[in-house]
Design a protein around this ligand. Structure first.
Ligand SMILES: [Zn+2]
Length: 387
């Protein structure tokens, strides 16, 4: 995070725990918070006081009580969602997608800008313009935004804001956090896009309350964010959850990673297009046309999507068999063709998942690019309490 972590809202462990619990699971009474966090009621009250004074938390009147946390006759604590706003930006090779989110990660404004050139200087200039567009959209945005979250695919060091390698942008060792902080004057977080999306699901989506869960993204790449024992898994060598490079067909096509028969080599967007071209003999066929042909009943192209759904289901079953997550969310821009994948992913998953692992519920849903930007904003929200 840039500038460095003196901008963390709360540093004491009890205050961090209380704020995080209310943010992700509130409104919730002090009694219930104390029980859940293993703190005394007095410790909860003490931890919450500065957060109330600074306007991040407030007490609901007894009659306003809603939600699962409201079990006892005490005023529950809730987050003041409009206390601070956060900008999130997803960087792709040809476009920036931005959102403004409130403290509960609800999207308040969206904007996009095309990227003509993926060179670092050009991208930073466009990020600056996009942030301006978003802050000008509503007057209170400019006064209440202090933080910017950036997300992009590739190997990213969240703690230093360094992009070690981003294949789609052709970047190596770019100090993106520092450069973006200088360009915008905001406190900046940088995270891998799949991990950012996983953070949003973990704190504000289907992953709330799940001890472990997995988010699988289907698109140009096939990615996976893993939360185990309540923590996002980063991997000792910076790699974890690379479901796209699990081999599911030893005799399958070569993968760009150097492996063979990887899920991504069968079900990634480029692989789907290549197979559809082969089946139709049309070298100019694009992804949208392939989807249209499959929906129109073209047997050969339908088979390509059937095979891809099968490969994705096998990859997901491998995650379930290894980690045993509480639930798995399957999403991504590739699932715009949701109807062509859904059944085959589920059938293959149920066949390959071992025993009770097959009981793990799958949520399969498409994902607009704005959700990735929301993930970037969610990481920025997390930086209030996570250095
Ligand atoms: Zn591979």
């Amino acid at each position: 995070m840039f500038p460095a972590s003196d901008t963390v809202l709360v540093a004491a462990p009890a205050a961090t725990a209380v704020f995080t619990a209310v943010l992700t699971g509130g409104p919730v009474s002090r009694v219930r918070l104390a029980r859940r966090l293993g703190l005394s009621s007095a410790a909860v009250t003490k931890a919450a006081r500065p957060l109330i004074e600074r306007g991040y938390l407030h007490e609901l009147a007894a009659t306003d009580r809603t939600g699962p946390g409201a079990g006892r006759p005490a005023s529950p604590l809730a987050v003041r969602a409009d206390r601070e706003f956060f900008v999130g930006v997803k960087i792709t090779a040809d476009e920036l997608i931005g959102v403004v989110c409130d403290l509960r990660a609800e999207v308040r404004a969206t904007a996009r800008r095309p990227l003509a050139d993926p060179a670092v200087d050009g991208v930073l200039a466009e990020v600056g313009r996009l942030v301006d567009d978003l802050l000008d959209a509503v007057p209170e945005h400019r006064t209440r935004v202090r933080r910017l979250g950036l997300a992009l695919s590739g190997d990213v060091d969240r703690t230093t804001g360094l992009v070690r390698y981003s294949p789609f942008l052709h970047w190596r060792d770019v100090p993106l956090g520092q450069r973006a902080a200088e360009a915008t004057g905001l406190t900046v977080t940088v995270e891998n896009d799949v991990k950012a999306l996983t953070a949003a699901e973990h704190w504000f989506g289907e992953g709330v309350g799940a001890e472990s869960f997995a988010l699988v993204t289907v698109g140009t790449g096939i990615g996976c964010g893993l939360v185990v024992n309540g923590r996002l898994v980063s991997g000792s060598y910076g790699v974890a959850g690379e479901i796209g490079h699990i081999a599911v067909d030893a005799a399958g096509p070569d993968c760009h990673c150097g492996g063979r028969g990887c899920v991504e080599a069968i079900a990634g967007t480029d692989a789907l297009v290549a197979q559809a071209r082969e089946r139709t003999g049309r070298a100019d066929l694009g992804f949208d046309e392939a989807v249209a042909l499959a929906r129109g009943g073209h047997e050969g192209v339908r088979a390509v999507f059937t095979r891809a759904g099968g490969a994705i289901g096998c990859g997901i079953a491998a995650v379930a068999n290894l980690v045993g997550p509480t639930r798995i969310v399957v999403s991504g821009e590739g699932l715009a063709a949701y109807d062509l994948f859904d059944t085959h992913i589920r059938t293959s998953f149920e066949r390959q998942a071992f025993g009770a692992a097959a009981r793990c519920p799958l949520s399969i849903r498409p994902l607009p690019f704005e959700e990735w930007a929301r993930g970037a904003a969610a990481v920025s929200i997390q930086s209030l309490v996570l250095p």
